[in-house]
Design a protein around this ligand. Structure first.
Ligand code: C5P
Length: 203
């Protein structure tokens, strides 16, 4: 690849979406929000009345899904851009994302996304560790728990956020983890511009 592939990982509310959008714009690259993909599958699971813990049924939803995660998120013909940010989806998504077969399905799609483009900015939990271990640049964003809860505001309770972080960090397959060669950036007291300038200086 002649253009960079930038992997951005970190817990919920660390600033991944804001930073990845700004970076993609500055660099003229496409951006993939892999969390939106897991959220869309979780939405479809709930929509079909399936128990998020029913692993074979949830895996079948992921395997059959016609999924598009651009600025608009579409699954099986439904525009779920707004619906995937609601509380029921936030509560269900970590169980769906801990399903090994779902991860296999979505990681394949994430690699296909990158293969059809020249570079990109990809955000998630396992991008630098599992999906793109050879990324040009790996960033692991962090922020204090107080600040992360403040950023989520009314969308998610501090307890919900902490629960999601716990499940995401302790699952057996591809847990949220910093790649050994990732640069760690604490965004707690930093402006977006400041963070983006620092990341650009690493390229
Ligand atoms: O990034 P966001 O908070 O929207 O992600 C929603 C959920 O999707 C996470 O809590 C996690 O369970 C899952 N996820 C994941 N791997 C990724 C991206 C997101 O497991 N690469």
């Amino acid at each position: 690849m002649s253009r960079p592939l930038i992997a951005i990982d970190g817990p919920a509310g660390a600033g991944k979406s804001t930073v990845s959008k700004a970076l993609a714009e500055r660099l003229g690259l496409d951006r993939l929000d892999t969390g939106a993909m897991y959220r869309a599958v979780a939405w479809r699971v709930l929509d079909q009345g399936i128990d998020p813990g029913d692993q074979p049924a949830v895996a079948a939803v992921a395997a059959a899904a016609c999924l598009e995660a651009g600025p608009e998120v579409l699954i099986d013909g439904h525009d779920v851009t707004a619906a995937i940010r609601t509380a029921p989806v936030s509560r269900a998504v970590s169980a769906v994302a801990a399903n090994p077969e779902v991860r296999r399905q979505l990681v394949t799609r994430q690699r296909q996304w990158a293969a059809t483009r020249d570079g990109g900015v990809v955000e998630g939990r396992d991008i630098g560790t599992v999906v793109f271990p050879d990324a040009t640049l790996k960033i692991f964003l962090t922020a204090s728990m107080e600040e992360r809860s403040r950023r989520r505001g009314a969308d998610e309770s501090p307890a919900g956020l902490a629960r999601r972080d716990r499940i995401d960090s302790t699952r057996s397959m591809s847990p949220l983890a910093r790649a050994a060669d990732a640069r760690v950036l604490d965004t707690t007291d930093r402006s977006i511009d400041d963070v983006v300038e620092e990341v650009l200086s690493w390229l």
